[in-house]
Design a protein around this ligand. Structure first.
Ligand code: IMP
Length: 194
């Protein structure tokens, strides 16, 4: 079976492909000559994932899925959430986003946070949502060199290292993305699609 991943991100696509059983082929937007970047105009991760999946389904008519992820900080009412990538502005980058978040949390005792991923799947015209969560806390300073985004300031619950101090494969065992993906794969198995 073939599934289109509503993204141009080859790294993400190959990470997803490596978690898929034999017989499931993941194709990116480039493979179906979909050139545009789909704007993430929704107000939630669910909306954004659905917007992307619907756009690709109506363009191609193929079974497809899309993802959207964000970091949700309890003491900030769930911010930066759906705006995680552009928390410090459209031209913001990971370093500026982390600076802004550490400043916003300066002196806060409650540092609880979670990463959350939504996968929206459109299969034979029907929509399905899968959620993956990893709970943890925001550190007071950056630690570690690996990973991307907010990894240097996110320490998963029960561990003494940040995501940026973990190997990619260890992070992938517990990450929000991996958890959402494994729910989607389980569903595809249960419904005999793989
Ligand atoms: P995306 O939906 O996967 O593109 O994620 C949106 C934004 O959330 C990214 O640009 C990062 O700022 C943040 N983010 C999502 N997943 C992670 C992660 O695993 N580590 C660190 N930051 C992440």
């Amino acid at each position: 079976m073939e599934l289109i991943f509503a993204s141009h991100n080859i790294n993400k696509a190959s990470e997803i492909q490596s978690s898929m059983p034999a017989g499931m082929e993941i194709k990116t937007l480039d493979a179906i000559s979909f050139k545009d970047e789909i704007p993430e105009t929704g107000n939630s991760l669910e909306e954004n994932a659905l917007i992307k999946a619907r756009e690709v389904y109506s363009f191609s008519g193929h079974n497809c899925f899309a993802d959207d992820s964000g970091l949700e900080v309890v003491a900030l009412g769930g911010a930066p959430g759906v705006y995680s990538a552009r928390y410090a502005g459209e031209t913001g980058n990971a370093a500026k986003n982390m600076d802004k978040l550490l400043a916003a949390m300066d002196g806060l005792v409650n540092r609880e946070a979670q990463f959350r991923t939504i996968f929206a799947l459109i299969l034979d015209g029907k929509e399905y949502i899968f959620e993956g969560l990893v709970k943890g806390e925001i550190t007071t300073e950056r630690r570690g060199q690996d990973g991307f985004g907010y990894d240097p300031i996110f320490q998963p619950k029960g561990l003494l290292v940040t995501f940026a101090e973990m190997s990619k494969s260890d992070k992938n065992k517990i990450s929000h993305r991996a958890r959402a993906l494994s729910k989607m794969v389980a569903f595809l198995r249960e419904t005999n699609h793989i």
